[in-house]
Design a protein around this ligand. Structure first.
Ligand code: SF4
Length: 363
């Protein structure tokens, strides 16, 4: 398959690994931002093929992982109501709230449906005028355009029975939060290619300059990832702190301007709570006042629900690059994918799930 098999070519990957080994002269800590990249690194053993000087740490770019527990509880409260059809991407159904998940709401008779697009949820609202249809609109910049489109579509159709439970977060403020922490270990970033497909990479220039870190836009196949690491290491070794693009087949500097316009039409910047990390100022999006009628938090009066995280879970430290999953005392014992304590174990993009699936506990 074009643009896939060639990026998994073992000989090409090996050639880049040789270049990395020749380039690196001292230890560097590099964070891959996206959970999809974390899983690709673990699945292909890339971290074990790198020279020992390079340590990869795993960033907060897993939308399920950073969605606050209290928002899951709000979703559960809404989905339990008899007049509601609650729609979501499938990966949110197994994420535990306080004591239960959306699957258990469905098992108890709730109408919880998996959709592949928020526009499917709009169709369900059209087909069920006597029901309230709610879409669980979580994610980073990648899913925001489609979620914004669903609100515009519902408004254009005059639907009064469609709303969205929003928890959108954005990558650049999380990078600021990581880099400005006194505990920070990260010296370079692999930026998430799909986020940059939408947003471009102009937002990263001030970050690279302010914190003196190289940032390389990177894809998700093995060759993409080792190429991103090579470009990052070259910058680190030569003292350059620039934003570079290793994903040119999809990402441009400006990104997808029409998609950005749709986001800006429907959403405005707000403070957001990140699971395990806490509130990061101006790190997310909420509906603009003119679309408040489509806000499920207002419609179902769940804005006051607040929930405490498990004290055992160290996901927040993992997502900031301070610890690795197997350093969590609950990893593989109290916390496994079938009985997750934290979202980084349940999510298909979570770092804990990646280590559990692809690594021996003692690796
Ligand atoms: S192993 Fe489980 S409890 Fe530990 S950090 Fe990961 S998700 Fe949290």
């Amino acid at each position: 398959m074009k643009h896939l098999t060639e990026y998994r070519d073992a000989e090409l990957v090996q050639a880049v690994l040789v270049k990395i080994k020749r380039t690196v002269s001292r230890p560097w800590v590099i964070m891959e931002i996206c959970g999809g990249q974390t899983h690709a690194i673990m699945r292909h053993g890339i971290d074990q093929l790198l020279p020992p000087e390079i340590e990869l740490v795993h960033g907060p770019g897993c939308p399920v992982c950073v969605t606050p527990l209290e928002l899951i509880d709000k979703a559960l409260t809404i989905a339990s109501q008899p007049e509601v059809i609650f729609t979501s991407y499938g990966d949110m159904l197994r994420v535990p709230g306080t004591g239960r998940d959306l699957f258990s709401v469905r098992a108890a008779g709730g109408d919880v449906r998996v959709v592949y697009s928020p526009l499917d949820a709009v169709k369900i609202a059209q087909q069920n005028p006597n029901k309230q249809v709610v879409f669980f609109a979580i994610g980073f910049e990648t899913t925001a355009p489609a979620n914004a489109m669903s609100v515009l579509q519902a408004k254009a159709l005059g639907l009064t029975n469609f709303s969205v439970l929003v928890s959108h977060v954005c990558v650049p403020p999380a990078m600021h939060a990581i880099l400005s922490s006194p505990e920070n270990r990260v010296q370079g970033f692999l930026a998430a290619g799909h986020v940059c497909t939408v947003m471009g990479f102009w937002e990263y220039l001030p970050i690279a300059q302010k914190y003196q870190v190289p940032i390389v836009v990177t894809g998700f196949e093995p060759l993409d990832i080792v190429q991103g690491i090579l470009m990052t290491v070259r910058e680190l070794e030569t003292g350059r702190y620039e934003v570079d693009n290793a994903y040119t087949r999809l990402v441009t500097f400006e990104g997808n301007r029409p998609a950005q316009a749709v986001i800006n039409k429907v959403f405005q910047v707000c403070d957001r709570k990140w699971r395990g990390i806490g509130t990061i100022p101006a790190s997310g999006w909420k509906l603009r006042p003119e679309y408040a009628d489509f806000d499920a938090e207002n419609r179902f009066s769940v804005g006051q629900i607040h929930t405490e995280e498990s004290v055992l879970c160290i996901a927040g430290q993992i997502l900031r690059g301070l610890k690795k999953p197997h350093q969590c005392p609950a990893f593989g014992t109290l916390c496994i994918p079938e009985h997750p304590l934290g979202a980084t174990m349940v999510s298909s993009e979570g770092a804990c799930a990646a280590y559990y699936r692809y690594r021996d506990k003692n690796d």
